[in-house]
Design a protein around this ligand. Structure first.
Ligand code: ATP
Length: 620
């Protein structure tokens, strides 16, 4: 421990924290539509006021449904208030600038399970610290965070295997990489036992003491945590019930003849009586305006606090070594020039692609399983339709094989993404909101990193099935067959991303087939173009499966294929041109089909991206 301590102090901090930021808000109200049909409205926050200062740990507390998370969302810039103003150091907040200098750690603070602590922090450093910070400095910063948060022993442990407290510290560490002067944390202690909660609150206390504005929501902070809290902001039904220091809470309540029983946690008492005494409490606090109970922060020594908090035995004592925030002039100038992201789109894209590929590599079970399923299915289908490709009597069966291949690859590509993509949304939401990267960089990197596995699976299937079913031994036909299957699987993958962007896993599984089944009906296999009512014929053009099926038929029976051998007395499709004619494929051009598939893929991708962008902006 000692060595860790000294090691951290020896390093030159690469801290980027800027000036202290005091947040004040006036008359914040938030009203939502309640019941779209009824046209009703529900007031969630009512003209709230308050001030949260740098150097202090502020806890927003209140009963469930009091409006804590809503207030936090508004202060962090996640939600816009219906009315009211928010000022930073007395001036109206510039949201873009504020977002760059603050971070918001949501309750559902998922991290990349497949990456170790060190890798996660390294990637966070690459994304959050601009190109003006050297690789050496980034490395040093990662080391500082690991040491300071007491994560040295677990640095090579994958995040998925960390304890709840370690995961929470990692989530905080990821944001600390860029030393934001303002930190918002929604329920950072939920789901943690009391000793881990103490460690987390102690960490937040230290972060505040180093000049940051730390604002935390807590349902009901336990007595053991209260001495580390500088300011309580208690809420009741969307209004402020108390704002001030913890020791001032009892005198304040006593003034209203509200006597807390001896040996009772005053905060528990406040929660218990807040509903019945809401109007008195709100009046007394001036709905957050009354500064009477606010006292200057006590600069209690760390050793005192550690003693009081009973933290002595744990490794987290080395949290005290977290380097104090320092102003970095280079970064300050850069911040003033460009007010969005620290790294270029290309850097974000390459870093995210590296991270995705590393996660895929670390989770070989999924890749091996999907490749295995494709190979097994190809062997099975090859066995069922064994060597039918050259015989005129089996042309219908061969057509069925081609259609099956399309359906199989479409469903596997579609469902894999529909299930896996929504799981990433909480991580992306936090990282995107905290300005790690643009939605575009993330989306393209996801697409690119998913393609190798999809390509390998599709080619494995195509290779095995093509040769087992005895299709023509010609490279150009095999290439056509593979390229159509690949494109169809890519389009299906994009459709999976579209569904994954819209729904959570459960709804994706339920509604996904509704989005994909119409394309199978209009593939030309079940219903022929000229047999369909005229007003739905355009749907054939929109169906990627129709273009895929025509592409496969052209690859196998087009391109001037010579007459087929007939192993029985009469074969209807000895002439491949007859088959093309019967299936409305005459006049179709392979190149145009490829263009159609690429265009559909592009449209679906753009749609998926737009939906993802909207979803990341909203808490849905
Ligand atoms: N978009 C919305 N539409 C309708 N009601 C909403 C909406 N957003 C929030 N609410 C309601 O506003 C109230 C406050 O919600 P909020 O999540 O801020 O409470 P909270 O104090 O954080 O509760 P908890 O501690 O349980 O998380 C709740 O009753 C919630 O149901």
């Amino acid at each position: 421990m000692a060595s860790e301590h000294s090691e951290s102090q020896e390093t030159n901090s690469t801290s980027l924290v800027e000036d202290s930021l005091n947040i004040s808000f006036e008359d914040i109200s938030y009203i939502v539509r309640h019941g779209v049909l009824a046209g009703g409205r529900k007031t969630i926050l009512k003209a709230l006021c308050g001030t949260f200062n740098a150097g202090e740990l502020t806890v927003i507390m209140g009963q469930s449904g009091a409006g804590k998370s809503t207030l936090m969302d508004i202060l962090a810039g996640y939600t816009k208030p219906t009315s009211g103003s928010i000022c930073i150091n007395g001036r109206v907040r510039n949201e873009k600038m504020f977002r760059r200098r603050s971070c918001y750690i949501l309750q559902d603070d998922r991290v990349q399970d497949m990456l170790t602590i060190q890798e996660s922090l390294k990637i966070a450093a690459d994304l959050k610290l601009g190109n003006h910070i050297s690789g050496q400095q980034k490395k040093r910063r990662v080391e500082e965070i690991i040491t300071s948060l007491g994560l040295s022993r677990a640095r090579h442990t994958r995040a998925g295997n960390l304890s709840g407290g370690q995961k929470k510290r990692l989530a905080i560490g990821l944001e600390l990489i860029s030393d934001p002067p303002v930190m918002f944390l929604d329920e950072p202690t939920s789901g943690l036992d009391s000793s881990i909660s103490k460690q987390i609150v102690y960490l937040l206390h230290l972060l505040a003491r180093q000049g940051r504005t730390v604002v935390v929501t807590m349902h009901q902070p336990s007595a053991g945590l209260l001495h580390m809290v500088d300011r309580l902001y208690a809420m009741v039904a969307g209004q402020c019930a108390y704002v001030g220091a913890v020791p001032q809470l009892l005198p304040c309540l006593e003034e209203m003849n509200l006597m807390c029983p001896p040996y009772h946690n005053p905060v528990d008492f406040l929660i218990e009586i807040s509903s019945e005494n809401a109007s008195n409490l709100v009046e007394s606090s001036g709905n957050g305006r009354n500064k009477r109970w606010i006292t200057n922060v006590s600069h209690e020594t760390d050793s005192n606090l550690i003693e009081k908090s009973n933290l002595g035995a744990c490794e987290e004592v080395c949290l005290t070594t977290l380097p104090a925030p320092k102003e970095d002039p280079t970064s300050k100038i850069l911040l003033a020039i460009k007010s969005t992201y620290n790294t270029s789109f290309w850097k974000q894209f390459t870093t995210l692609t590296r991270r995705s590929l590393l996660s895929i590599w670390r989770d070989p079970a999924f890749t091996v399983m999907t490749t295995g399923i494709h190979c097994a299915m190809a062997l099975f289908i090859g066995f069922l339709f064994y060597d039918i490709g050259e015989d005129a009597k089996d042309v219908r069966n061969n057509y069925n094989f081609l259609n099956f291949s399309l359906m199989f690859l479409m469903f596997t590509a579609f469902s894999a993404v529909t299930i896996r993509f929504p799981e990433q949304i909480p991580v992306i939401r936090r990282e995107h909101f905290n300005r790690w990267y643009t939605a575009g960089a993330y989306y393209i990197s996801t697409l690119v990193s998913t393609l190798p596995t999809q390509t390998v699976c599709t080619l494995c299937y195509a290779f095995i099935a093509y040769w087992l079913t005895g299709q023509p031994n010609e490279i150009r036909r095999f290439a056509g067959f593979c390229s159509v299957l690949l494109l169809v699987s890519y389009v299906a993958l994009c459709k999976g991303l579209l569904i994954g962007s819209m729904f959570n896993v459960k709804n994706g599984v339920i509604f996904g087939p509704f989005f994909i089944m119409p394309f199978t009906i209009f593939s030309g296999f079940f219903l022929r173009y000229y047999d369909a009512p005229e007003f739905v014929r355009w749907l054939f053009q929109a169906s990627f499966l129709k273009h895929g099926l025509v592409g496969l038929v052209l690859s196998i029976y087009g391109m001037d294929r010579p007459n087929l051998e007939c192993s029985v007395l009469y074969c209807h499709y000895t002439y491949p041109s007859q088959f093309l004619m019967d299936n409305d494929v005459v006049g179709e051009r392979f190149s145009m089909l490829i263009v159609a598939l690429l265009s559909i893929g592009l449209i679906v991708s753009v749609l998926a991206f737009l939906i993802l962008k909207v979803r990341l902006k909203n808490k849905w």
